[in-house]
Ligand binder design. Structure first.
Ligand code: FDA
Length: 299
């Protein structure tokens, strides 16, 4: 990260929310469900699938977690009603995992059950490392109960991920692989850019060779090119994997992946609680300092 970007990151809490919002709007489909439906329709018409995420994380109590569950059910129904090519991504802490494991489980189960009724799929996002065991437990309990319409996320920066991936592949899991976004300690996570990339490609190899369906979630050319090589080497068909990218990021590379004949899914978040997600995205943007400065001075 450039020195200027580091400076802007440390100043972020003092930057007016309106300025952050102006710069971050490219990453968000809008604040209402109708905005998400419109954006998803557009992406579908461009040959891309999507996964919708209702923004928010870490709720304060069980009542709030139930409310989030009740707010996600209409999204699953809207996907069906509007015949969208989209599934759902959900965050366990938004559904109560950190308050009470059983509450988190029951809320997620209700969503996966409703998704199954609607012939849809729910991806359980992976959050910070304190939630990894709990999240994998929820996923496995759902599978034991017979739900096949759900999948997990593995973060390439965690040391534990290789053993998690080996076990998940044996279980026939559908795995999204990403680098990982949370600030984990050196004792449990790789920190170097290249070592995370190396582990990403190693894990992807294990997933694809083991016959599991992979969501290859990255905007990094090095990893996209590495994935192309693996796909070719293993002789995979496009139905065995998909690339995944975040809304508003690297659109020209995204379009190229589609033109190359691969399946591609765009992560489309929407909702009122856009701030935490947007600041994480801005921190990953190499031009963030420039965009923020422009938003402050050129208004
Ligand atoms: P990297 O950050 O190195 O980006 C590669 C290049 O892409 C950059 O050099 C830059 O050019 C461009 N770029 C990346 N981000 C940008 C931005 N915001 N704005 C502009 N340009 C940008 N993490 C997690 O911990 N749990 C999860 O469940 C998920 N889920 C998830 C789903 C999907 C579909 C994606 C794509 C990503 C996630 N992530 C995630 C986030 C992931 O872990 C990671 O933080 C980001 O994808 C950034 O990593 P890259 O592999 O893109 O590399």
């Amino acid at each position: 990260m450039s020195l200027l970007n580091k400076l802007v990151v440390s100043a972020m809490p003092f930057i007016p929310k309106a300025v952050v919002g102006q710069v971050a709007k490219r990453y968000i489909a809008g604040t209402a469900l109708r905005d998400a439906v419109r954006v998803v329709k557009e992406l579908n018409s461009m040959g891309m699938m999507t996964t919708i995420d209702l923004l928010g994380e870490d709720v304060k109590d069980a009542g709030e977690a139930h409310q989030v569950r009740d707010n996600i059910i209409p999204i699953l129904r809207a996907i069906k009603e509007n015949q969208l090519d989209s599934n759902m991504s959900i965050k366990p802490t938004q559904l109560g995992l950190r308050i009470d494991k059983e509450c988190g489980y029951q809320n997620i189960r209700s969503l996966v059950d409703e998704a199954r009724r609607l012939a849809n799929f729910v991806r359980i996002d992976m959050e910070d490392a304190q939630t990894t065991d709990g999240t994998l437990e929820i996923y496995r309990r759902l599978r034991r109960e017979g739900f096949t319409n759900t999948g997990v996320v593995i973060q390439a920066y965690l040391h534990r991920s290789e053993s998690d991936v080996r076990a998940l592949v044996k279980e026939g899991a559908n795995v999204r692989l990403c680098k990982g976004i949370y600030n984990e300690s050196r004792s449990i996570a790789y920190k170097g850019r290249q070592e995370i990339r190396d582990n990403f490609l190693k894990l992807l190899h294990i997933i694809l060779e083991g016959g599991s369906y992979a969501g290859i979630a990255t905007h990094d050319d090095y990893l996209i090119d590495g994935a192309y090589d693996l796909i070719q080497k293993l002789g995979l068909k496009p139905a065995q994997y998909e690339f995944q990218m975040l809304l508003g990021v690297r659109e020209s590379r995204r379009d190229q992946i589609v033109r190359d004949g691969h399946r591609l899914r765009v992560y489309a978040p929407y909702g009122e609680q856009w701030y935490a997600y947007s600041t994480r995205r801005l921190k990953e943007n190499p031009y963030m300092a420039w965009y923020i400065t422009k938003a402050i001075f050129v208004r």
